[in-house]
Unconditional design. Sequence first.
Length: 391
Amino acid sequence: MKLAMIGFGQAGGKIVDRFLEYDERTNSGIVRAAVAVNSAKADLMGLERIPQENRVLIGQARVKGHGVGADNELGAEIAEEDIDEVQNAIDAIPTHEVDAFLVVAGMGGGTGSGGAPVLAKHLKRIYTIPVYGLGVLPGTDEGGIYTLNAARSFQTFVREVDNLLVFDNDSWRQTGESVEGGYEKINEEIVRRFGVLFGAGEVGDGEEVAESVVDSSEIINTLSGGGVSTVGYASEEVELNTGGGLLSRFTGDDAGDDLDAANTTNRITSLVRKAALGRLTLPCEIEGAERALLVLSGPSEYLNRKGIERGRKWLEEETGSMEVRGGDFPREEPEVSAAILLSGVTDVPRIKRLQQVAIEAQDNIEDIQAESEENLEELVEDDEDELEPLF
């Protein structure tokens, strides 16, 4: 699947930068164009791979290149005011060669959480190709303002995109890990999972064609209908033996001879279960997911069609969905991996907590405003009582 990626804010820009590095390393050809948008000049300067001409600084008249300080309302305002500057960079994208837009943003900060929904709405109004969001939720230990920003941004972002793919930092940060080191690992996890998913079906010259192709239309159909999506992932290594053939822990074949088809089928099924029931990008109950897509990738000799079909049927039973697609993605990587896209998930505890935060915050804001107005009125009345006439 060929994407035009737009990173909005600091986290969004870094993730798109990492996708470009993944493209170079794996020759996957996912990113057809990359743009970074930010209100902080330093964040744009810190990017390594996004072309200079595709780095857009917004809000210069109001924040002078210093960012919005986690104020996502201000982030939304400057995005609306400077949307033409963003559009100028997008105009250079050959949209006829792109399957979809992917707007990437951290949902806890100010620029990305405020501006990404504004951009998504703008893109949907102008273009006919799908506009997807990739939103990263902040950890609960990052502070109340970031949780509140995420609660507000989520409600708007999910409404403005054709589907919102979510990654929850709360489930991936490790205890005692430095903030910078933690984010580096998280960004790598994001790119690995979505890289396998979006890379399926993109075949270069001289590369093997999948037995059961997963192309961009399969991904688009799985994401159709809107809502929230999560991705599961699991992998097992395959090793090169000294004779030049593949010796695989995946099949358990110590001799390294012909692969045992029955064993390979069982191992693929086990890998699918591990991907679906393990750590998802957004933890949730998979039962009730509206649609699902299974992609098995790795050396073609390990991609057993019977195993993929069995894994797909297992997903149907677990989710209760009749729209479960599946296929293989041959890659000369030293591992076999299963990536599962679950679209239209509803039983998501983290989102329910965020929505509750938004409701409570709104109530608190109204109470605080009412109290402030009442205090102001009392202050004015007291001043009037104390003031003596001048004449």
